[in-house]
Design a protein around this ligand. Sequence first.
Ligand code: GDP
Ligand code: ZN
Length: 458
Amino acid sequence: MDFDTIAAVATPMGEGGVAIIRVSGPEAVETVDTIFRGKQKLSTVDSHTIHYGHLHEPKTGDLVEEVLVSVMRAPRTFTREDVVEVNCHGGIVSVERVLALILDNGARLADPGEFTKRAFLNGRIDLSQAEAVIDLIRAKTDRAMKVALNQVEGKLSRMIRKLRQNLIEAMAHIEVTLDYPEHDVEDVTQQLLMDKCQEVKEEIARLLQTASQGKILREGLSTAIIGRPNVGKSSLLNSLVQEEKAIVTDVAGTTRDVIEEYVNVRGVPLRLIDTAGIRETEDIVEKIGVEKSRQLLQQADLVLLVLNYNEELTEDDYRIFEAAKGFQVILIINKFDLPGRIDLEEIKRHFPNQPLIMTSAKEETGIDLLEKAIAEAFFSGKVQQDDLTYVSNARHIRLLRQAEQAIDDAISGIDERMPIDMVQIDIKKAWELLGEVIGESVGEDLIDQIFSQFCLGK
Ligand code: GDP
Ligand code: ZN
């Protein structure tokens, strides 16, 4: 494919230290050579070497910046094109000047994600890996980062390829059967097809099982903190937020700006639902404790139900119990520093299998136990910590579901002794859908859409 030469700042803007401006494309070396003065012309240096020098305005000869320049020639680069990286001082002014100079001398400003798009289009990475780069940029915790990294390394791609290989083999057997109808191979083929399809189905189901955890790692565990007014919800929340690093992101909503708050609890990102509401409009919220609790529950993966150790259960508590049933609940008995009046046995009767934690937000006790319970609620022994191949991308999940459906259809077809070329249609469909996960049969539009999600310079 023929590409022009693109450039962009590859490091976060305005963050001091050193900034890197990345240039990629057939003219990358020539472009930087026009403005660079060092011991050697860059066109003569070995690949994958770094050079000290200065950038000058070629027309006037004015000194612009002191730089280190890395020269990396195709194909051993991220984009598989010639890549030059200019390291300069990190201040915004100097970065802008260097970028402007490069853009004036042969490069075009890269679109967001264009470097990664080229890596994909030049066959350096597949689509699921490219999408993982997006996740990597957005990863909110170390664990989410690891999942994305594994995907960049191609673990998901390898699994998908293996499944497709199985389906290809199944299709090959069908071809043989169709080509030699006089041989009595139908029965053998039926069994073999069934085995292959079952195997693929199980593997897809396993991948899909990881999806909810993958999604949570990527987007955070939606957590609702509910309970009557004055039981200590805000105080507990503050303890959690203090202890852990809270990440606050502004998400532009349709009607108003929603504040999403992330708390990283032992590697599990909690997305606290509507904490702005809990904190700021205390009065309103407190008045409609039960109603608000119901609302918050709608979107919750995890419910933190807070009760007051110092008071007997009230009608409102019972209503909140009813609303919380069926959710994954952690019961928090707060104000444990005060004398006990609550009926713990009664609570256990309502939630026999849910963890119950005693806390005092005032004295900061039990918060560590709460964190442990949250982490356990998430992992609940299901996740192997070392094998973090989760499916976390909505597009992958949709494709896998569709592929699972196609395989199901194939399996019913085999069961019902449908004509074997009908079964083949379903198998081929599954094979194509899996191919879309790794980008082997996707159209231009989708590619553009995926890559437009990137930050500039990636
Ligand atoms: P919310 O309405 O559920 O959000 O409750 P708040 O967090 O606003 O707390 C209500 C009142 O209870 C405040 O005066 C807190 O200082 C107090 N409080 C919260 N947690 C505790 C606790 O563990 N022990 C004691 N003694 N008081 C607490
Ligand atoms: Zn409150």
